[in-house]
Design a protein around this ligand. Structure first.
Ligand SMILES: Cc1cc2nc3c(=O)[nH]c(=O)nc-3n(C[C@H](O)[C@H](O)[C@H](O)COP(=O)(O)OP(=O)(O)OC[C@H]3O[C@@H](n4cnc5c(N)ncnc54)[C@H](O)[C@@H]3O)c2cc1C
Ligand code: FES
Length: 282
């Protein structure tokens, strides 16, 4: 993990509320693993004190041939002051980047679990898609079959789907208003798929709003599949110090809480206590 001031290379708007920020951060890009995140602070504005957590969406090489990863890309949704400032960044602007953070998808056993599965199913809600691209690529490179179930409120929320195409056999899109794909929640077609293939073994990876993760965990439990969830929570330090990001997990006493920033952000869903109020935000 490195704390560096890095320069913006590109900041590409994706519709009215989303953007893709590319940062010149070779050391951090080379160290980044699927499912890890960064803490980002916009410099020179005076207003935003805390850093903002963002999944490392992708790492990209330099234009030079055979060079390793040099750019860190963050896919963001504008929801408040910090992300509004992010949307205003221009090439050359400085950004304080603390990355990579968290353990991401468990190196120890997520590939092993994928090996035992017939197919890996990604389940994303809105900007939760940002946590899954690097895992999809790593799994594709190892030859695993994969499918993505991607839900949003409307068509404009389905950013990033195109980047998954080379790695997946199918992308199922769902919108609440029916403006793209089927109408409803992403868990609808996911359940259809699980019910259609009762003899198949799936590994699920999910990221999105609390209610979506909880519903996905319930489905995974009911149909007997393993599920890794990438959790989001308000974060202060991102380093395991402030304890502001704790969630409830199976266990007692101090063991009943874990920090999303260090023990997570990825957890096995059956270890999380899915009760309302575990996370302060929905
Ligand atoms: C590990 C992790 C990875 C994340 N990855 C991404 C990502 O790749 N792209 C992205 O756009 N966002 C991501 N988020 C959420 C992002 O951190 C927040 O949207 C951002 O901090 C909001 O900052 P703000 O100043 O714009 O909004 P604020 O003014 O701080 O808040 C505006 C609104 O956003 C809500 N909000 C604030 N923080 C969060 C949060 N952590 N999760 C959900 N809602 C929040 C608030 O409740 C409020 O309603 C991630 C969060 C975590 C913990
Ligand atoms: S954000 Fe401070 S402990 Fe996790």
């Amino acid at each position: 993990m490195d704390d560096q001031v890095v320069a913006v290379i590109e900041n590409k708007p994706l519709g009215s509320s989303y953007g893709l920020l590319s940062l010149d951060a070779a050391r951090q890009a080379q160290a980044a693993r699927p499912g890890q995140f960064a803490m980002v602070r916009i410099l020179g504005t005076g207003g935003v004190l805390l850093r903002r957590p963002m999944s490392i969406y992708d790492v990209k090489p330099d234009a030079a041939p055979h060079s390793g990863p040099r750019l860190i890309q963050l896919l963001y949704k504008v929801v408040g002051r910090g992300t509004r400032l992010m949307a205003g960044l221009k090439p050359g602007d400085p950004v304080a980047l603390l990355a990579p953070l968290g353990h991401g998808f468990f190196v120890e056993d997520y590939l092993e679990q994928a090996e035992q599965a017939d197919e890996v199913l990604h389940v994303a809600g809105g900007i939760g898609i940002a946590a899954l691209l690097m895992a999809a690529r790593e799994l594709a490179e190892k030859g695993f079959k994969q499918r993505l179930f991607f839900g949003g409120r409307s068509r404009g929320d389905l950013v990033g789907a195109v980047d998954f195409r080379p790695y997946l056999r199918q992308i199922v899109v769902v919108t609440e208003d029916g403006s793209c794909g089927c109408r409803g929640y992403v868990t609808g077609p996911l359940e259809d798929h699980l019910a259609r293939y009762p003899d198949r073994r799936f590994l699920l990876l999910a990221c999105g709003p609390w209610a979506m993760l909880q519903a996905t965990a319930e489905l995974a439990g009911r149909y007997g599949h393993r599920l890794l969830v990438s959790m989001e929570n308000r974060m202060g330090c991102g380093l395991g110090v402030c304890l502001g990001c704790c969630i409830r997990v199976e266990g007692e006493g101090h063991g009943a809480y874990q920090r999303v920033c260090t023990e997570g952000p990825v957890f096995w869903a059956d270890k999380v206590v899915w009760e309302r109020g575990t996370l302060p935000i929905t």
